[in-house]
Design a protein around this ligand. Structure first.
Ligand code: NAD
Length: 480
């Protein structure tokens, strides 16, 4: 062990960058803290423009050979990465839980298997990626997906490795080389991914991982002229800064941003199902971009819905995320907790009523909260809280429901609870949202387009959409 290697929950994690197949330390560090108990996990290399330049140079140098690597070989290596993830699944799960406080049982049984699946899915999709040739006046048109070049991938802390690999896997499959910068609150599993990829035989420089603050190394990466793609998941203000940097070099970018998605409950819905869907919105302590945080409930069933919701939410267990019985863990950071509480205080001062919760608990925990008596134009209805805070409003007509659902600057997702398929079709057609779930929530298939409208994002990723983004799509016209 060197001074650069931490032991986190029994797992060795290197705290340095991974650039060009080597570990590189920065002169400065930042402190990584566990949200579970506020304990200091260690000091992590704090990257600057210098490490950004080195990582992009490594990605640029490795690009021609990786781009020329046959599809089948790229796919084989990505499957080997998935094997490595599966082999170290328990280690990844405990390190991620220690770093971001999300439930260990979710990491073990849902998130880390999905990380492996991200690699397998895009490896397999690459092998079947094709477009039928077509003719124009006897000439043949052939569409191909050419690797685009070094890609910068910047990701948030709420599902660190899952969201990182949702970008890393298609970018590598496409033949691009990558510089990944995870969020500074959750740097650890990205470092483990670098180890796993190297063990799987990914050539040096094809995947680089750098650590540090967005305003420092992040800015340097997104404004670098040799970067050919930027894919970002995070908040709207950061996206606006990144888009401005990308504009200088006209770097194509994909933005997966926040949301304030509605759950529409109609009187004809199965109310037990609607309540199950509603309670699910506390998952990951409310730190889910897709969460349906605004309940819009038809007036005639609102009282009964609320009664059943309160009963069901009261059964949730909040506590240590390593405990299998826990349903809701801590929030990520004292600053985030402060932000959540500020939203709730201001809402209550403006006349909202906390049906449940509405306050902090010991440590870094926030009581699951439902607020009613909220105005449509109020901050709590319009802004993303990113904590276990939900609002409830009522409606009397379908038109009003659609109006309230769409009256937001976001457009990531919407969830409907209704027993009437025709209503579902009619309402869905009017909703502004990248994904609409009817009588279900969070059913995700990687071949589906994923992304948001308005301030929830730019572009779509998933299946062929990912390759459309990460590649330079080329049409070749050949004379007869
Ligand atoms: P954030 O924007 O603060 O940070 C995200 C990442 O951007 C971090 O890695 C950060 O270091 C980096 N960054 C910050 N400033 C930068 C800059 N100037 N240049 C380059 N990089 C910079 O977001 P967050 O608080 O980590 O994440 C929460 C947000 O992410 C929420 O809004 C949530 O809805 C959104 N999110 C969206 C999706 C989606 O798929 N649509 C998924 C998860 C989270």
């Amino acid at each position: 062990m060197t001074e650069h290697v931490l032991t986190v929950a029994g797992v060795a994690v290197d705290t340095r960058h991974w650039i060009g197949g080597e570990r590189v330390a920065s002169a400065e560090t930042f402190t990584d803290v566990s949200p579970i108990d506020g304990s200091i996990l260690g000091e992590i290399s704090r990257g600057t423009a210098m490490e950004a330049a080195a990582a992009v140079a490594a990605a640029k140098a490795a690009f021609p050979a990786w781009a020329a690597t046959p599809r089948a070989e790229r796919a084989r290596i990505l499957h080997a990465v998935a094997d490595g993830v599966e082999k170290r699944l328990e280690e990844l799960a405990v390190v991620e839980t220690t770093d971001n406080g999300a439930l260990l049982r979710s990491h073990r049984r849902g998130v880390m298997p999905r990380v492996a699946h991200n690699f397998r899915f895009f490896a397999d999709w690459l092998l079947k990626l094709e477009h039928e040739d077509f003719e124009t006046r006897g000439h043949t048109n052939h569409v191909s997906w050419d690797p685009a070049g070094p890609s910068v991938l910047i990701t948030p802390w709420n599902a660190p490795l899952m969201l990182a690999t949702w970008k890393v896997a298609p970018a590598l499959a496409a033949g691009n080389t990558v510089v990944l910068k995870p969020a500074e609150w959750t740097p650890l599993t990205a470092s483990l991914l670098a180890d796993i990829a190297a063990e799987a035989g990914l050539p040096a420089g094809v995947l680089n991982v750098v650590q540090g603050y967005g305003s420092e190394i992040g800015d340097a990466l997104t404004s670098h002229p040799d970067v050919r793609r930027i894919s970002f998941t995070g908040s709207v203000p950061t996206a606006q800064r990144i888009a401005a940097s990308a504009a200088v070099n006209l770097t194509p970018l994909s933005l997966e941003l926040g949301g304030k998605s509605p759950l529409l409950v109609f009187a004809d819905a199965d109310l037990d199902l609607a309540v199950d869907l509603a309670v699910e919105q506390y998952d990951n302590a409310g730190q889910v971009c897709l969460a349906a945080t605004r309940f819009l409930v038809e007036e005639s069933v609102a009282e009964e819905f609320t009664r059943r919701f309160v009963e069901k939410a009261g059964q949730l267990t909040q506590g240590d995320p390593r405990d299998e019985a826990t349903d809701i863990g801590p929030n990520i950071h004292p600053l985030q907790l402060e932000k959540i509480d500020g939203f709730v205080r201001r809402a209550i001062a403006a006349g909202a009523r906390a049906v449940i919760g509405g306050h902090r608990k010991d440590g870094q925990y926030y009581a699951p909260t439902l607020l009613t008596d909220v105005a449509q134009d109020s901050e709590i209805v319009q802004e993303e809280v990113f904590g276990p805070v939900l609002t409830l409003q009522t409606f009397t007509t379908e038109d009003e429901a659609v109006h309230l659902a769409n009256d937001t600057r976001f457009g990531l997702a919407a969830t409907l609870a209704t027993g009437d398929p025709e209503r579902a079709e009619r309402v869905t057609a009017q909703l502004v949202a990248g994904t609409v779930w009817t009588n279900c929530f969070f059913v995700r298939d990687l071949q589906a387009p994923f992304g948001g409208s308005r301030h929830s994002g730019v572009g779509r990723e998933g299946g062929t959409w990912s390759f459309d983004f990460y590649c330079d799509v080329k049409n070749t016209v050949t004379a007869p």
